[in-house]
Write a protein that binds this ligand. Sequence first.
Ligand code: P1T
Length: 382
Amino acid sequence: MKFGTKAIHAGQEPDPTTGAIMTPIYQTSTYVQEAPAKHKGYAYARGKNPTRTALESCLAALENADHCLCFSSGMGAVDTIIKLLSPGDEVIATDDLYGGTYRLFTKVFEKMGIRFHFVDMHDFAAVEACVNDKTRMIWIETPTNPMMKIIDIAHYTAMANRLGIWSVVDNTFASPYLQNPLDMGADIVMHSATKYLGGHSDVVMGALMTNSKELYDQLAFITNSCGPVPGPQDSFLVLRGLKTLHLRMKAHCENGRAVAEFLRAHPKVGKVYWPGFPDHPNHEVAKRQMRDFGGMISFTLKSDSFDDASELAQSLRVFSLAESLGGVESLVGHPASMTHASIPREERIKTGLVDSLLRLSVGVEDMEDIIEDLRQALEKVK
Ligand code: P1T
């Protein structure tokens, strides 16, 4: 089955009792058992819920995975994956990544004795230099949030295999429509389903997929023990959102390209970070591992002034100033004060995340309106 057909049908059958074409919202905490230890596969809803099961099957199909687990947030998925590790273990992670992931790693897990090395993964030698006998996992985010770096997934999954360590890819920015890390050898792929998967800015959720039954069993054990599971209403919303994932992603990519090209040609705009530009530092890797370049773009103003960036963000009308991304509506974010505020300034400046950087999640409104909005807002800044 091709992607769009899977997005609409995978994991879903008409309801056997009524024929309802949409998977029902099984709003229940428990399931009646025929006899002790004799049930229909569902015992208690922290462990399993049929609406969630349908969603997990659909998401597994979209990432060409054998197994999927859903979580109450993207951070719930990250937390569960890191709980595979033990005190003393070390992780090598992308130096530019979502601020909340950085915060969980440095403020929660470092206290528990897990060590994280944040490295520029464009530099293969710098990554090799971090490897020692305690290294257990490599954590890749690509495209990175918010600098839009592209990390060579196949290179690092091969390295992880050689070392006998786990490779994890946070695929939130690309979505499975643009990139399938498990096909490139990753052990685990994870998503903030809050973003493109849900697609309508109405639900917070996370997901992970793997082809390893052993890893799935360990991760399912941690999930059931710790409990970060999504409810059936939210599972239904993401299942419904997925039905248009391929249509939305196509529109995000088209609008993203138009916005990136418009910004690059504008005299007041400084740097534009978008992997579709032929001179993007890892454009060739992006072309190899992604099917298109997505709707996420970061940029600075020539003035490099926080005040100008702030005025621009406030002057936009089609774009709303808000955290998050991947919904149908266009959003503008100021990473330094919003999504990446938990990263120390000197750390984020090193990766290019300056105070004037703005991040766009280009939505699926009409392209002319999106461009016109940017044009009028840029006119208002110095
Ligand atoms: O927000 P939550 O569903 O818990 O997902 C966390 C997360 C994980 N990974 C990446 C790459 C992310 O971008 C996020 C969440 N990011 C935002 C809220 C944001 O605006 O960047």
